[in-house]
Write a new protein. Structure first.
Lengths: 293, 293, 293
């Protein structure tokens, strides 16, 4: 249902006048406790194209620096009657806890190492645009499976929709009980990507992470980075995905990121449409399913 | 007049579509030189629900870091023809000075240790909702009377409206000439809160303040913090207020903040309505008194 | 054409309801990689008065802190279909490069030591308001000619329009090949300002700049700062301009900045009108030339 509605909202984003009045008079608070370009901007654009009133606040200007608890911040925001709160936070489960404290709908825009649901939805939308059907697809996910919230949402989402997921990573980046996720584990990058319909790369966080999980970014690139030389193993119609921001020369080489297999910018574009769909469904229910101008 | 109009604007905040077109095409600049959650967001939501155009800027991204004087910043903003400037600044009297330099209306959103007028108004609105009449009420204010801008606006506002105000604080937090404020001074917390219709707690600023005014936050809590054990001294229909952000376990214990006497979240909710009323009165005069959609 | 249209948009800024629906549903991203008061706020007010949807992001909350390249940031923004991106960046030529990577129109809001085109346009508008005709005017520009982006845009703009430009600065602040700019060089401040129709002062950046280009800010003020004693050399109808933020007592003395020759605040006011005109022309083409409500 979300994907179908996002196909409709996508048409709004392709018009000259990218705006419908549907959510006029609804207040949406964007509560970002971690830095973000694409996710915050994507949500904000989605809100404005639906005519909602967006109010941003980021951790730096908040009362949190005055020692207020997050729960109190949440209750205070709630008292101002927002319709939706979009939250990114470093603590897993915090958006879930927030949702119990508020009348407003809460959208998780990424919580720690846990989940990033609208990312998985926009990935699914991008896959479906190219492959029509998710069921039966073979998908490889390469990178920090244990701590990536993108993997945390994509693995259950893709398996639920009937895709077969294979993961590949340094052992230090695989969860101890990886098989419980319902995925296969590939022994090498080459094995992971061969005969797959979709290859999804995850972002390597920072040099500091690198030091504790593998010797260096250069070494990560050598064994786990997708490079020009790997393209010969891909199916002709394989698509390469990455949630961004990409680290060129670490998990993906520039020639691959900018090459014909890549759908990375499609993912970004679909992000706005998915977020519009999620906002509409939360605020209008199914009756809003038909988007009119 | 402001309180009556805020009762009307409150109905807008309780609708599904929380928006009226009244201030369409008016530019409001939010000029925050100190961090704030609730006040900035409350003003911004008020502006958007009245269809004004909000433009934020905070000190970090301003030319002040380039050495421009505040007066020049003000004159420059004024040249862009805003209708209203909402300002929070650490210098007492700065909004007053700004108002003389600008054609725009200036709203003081807190100036140093001086005043915070919309806070006093939202407090008054919250009291009136529960008590109908302000005249004759007995109000206790506990905390840093000398340096709290919340007290700085509430004491004159409440006494003007006919309430009887009693204050209580460590001696280091009382002004030297406290009786000139037209208030009584209670000798202990128990004496202060007994038989009061309203108990208003003030925020203890920081650990650093603590060190110069009293030995520790723990000691403040012991002698001046409102705790479960004090509730037996309260009148049955007493209301407990706090301007937020609250320091749980310092000036107020969690059981009290979240308990049945507390109207803290009502204060937050009323803040949006009061700010809408103030904006309407500044921009539309009395003719706007009737708010229609 | 831009100046003519800006005269029309200026009438919008003088109404009570400062808003036209012309750019409804167009998304404008304000991408500021350097701090700014007047330019960012001026652009944002211009956008809102044209009913465009503004989305801000500044460097502090961007993925750049996560190591993303600027080109990738740009491509990602582009994928979200903005109509216009307004960019300020410390690297000369970056907006030009960005424009090649995006479908959106890109407006340079200042790039390093290079150009600041909307500043030159608002200066031109301010001059034309007072002098009717640019052709034949004598204009002095005083200050850091070599590294000022304001000079970088004003010199070609003014000479193209037929004005005669004279510059004056410490030798360390003149480009090596200054005569190639098509300007005269005056030997002293007095010579520079005598018989001029327009005297434009440039901002001295910081104390740190001072140390490498001249001994101290005080010494700069002594030889290059415009002071009360210089006013006797000015033509009766000369206008004094400054792009702001001004350093009182460095390049300009307070009595001069606030005196009758100064049109500094006119420049700020015209900035909003010029930016509205630029946005309209980029998004509507000539057909939008007539602005209606």
């Amino acid at each position: 249902m979300i994907l179908d509605l996002a196909e409709s909202t996508k048409t709004i984003n392709e018009r000259t006048v990218k705006k419908v009045p549907t959510l006029r008079g609804r207040t949406v608070v964007n509560l970002f406790f971690e830095p973000s370009t694409r996710t915050r901007v994507s949500f904000e654009i989605a809100q404005k194209r639906l005519s909602a009133d967006s109010v941003n606040f980021s951790v730096s200007d908040s009362s949190i620096s005055k020692g207020e608890t997050l729960v109190d911040t949440a209750k205070n925001l709630s008292a101002m009657n927002p319709s939706v709160v979009v939250i990114r936070h470093s603590v897993a489960g915090f958006p879930h806890r927030l949702a119990k404290l508020m009348d407003a709908s809460v959208i998780n825009a990424g919580d720690g190492f846990h989940e990033h649901p609208t990312q998985a939805l926009l990935d699914l939308m991008t896959i479906r645009e190219r492959k029509k059907e998710i069921k039966g697809l073979k998908v490889a996910i390469i990178g920090d499976i244990a701590r990536s919230r993108v993997a945390g949402s994509n693995i259950p989402c893709l398996t639920k929709m009937g895709a077969e997921v294979t993961v590949m990573a340094p052992k230090t980046m695989l969860p101890f009980d990886v098989t419980r996720l319902g995925v296969k584990v590939a022994p090498s990058l080459k094995d992971a990507i061969k005969d797959k319909d979709v290859v999804m790369l995850l972002r390597i966080q920072t040099e500091r992470d690198a030091a504790t999980r593998f010797p260096s970014l250069r070494e990560y690139n050598r064994y786990f980075g997708l490079k020009l030389e790997h393209l010969k193993y891909l199916k002709k119609d394989c698509i390469i995905m990455h949630p961004g921001p990409i680290n060129r020369g670490v998990e993906i080489d520039p020639e691959v990121a900018d090459g014909p297999f890549s759908v990375i910018l499609d993912q970004v574009a679909n992000g706005v449409s998915i977020r519009m769909a999620v906002l509409l469904l939360l605020l209008g229910g199914r009756s809003i399913y038909e988007v009119s101008d």
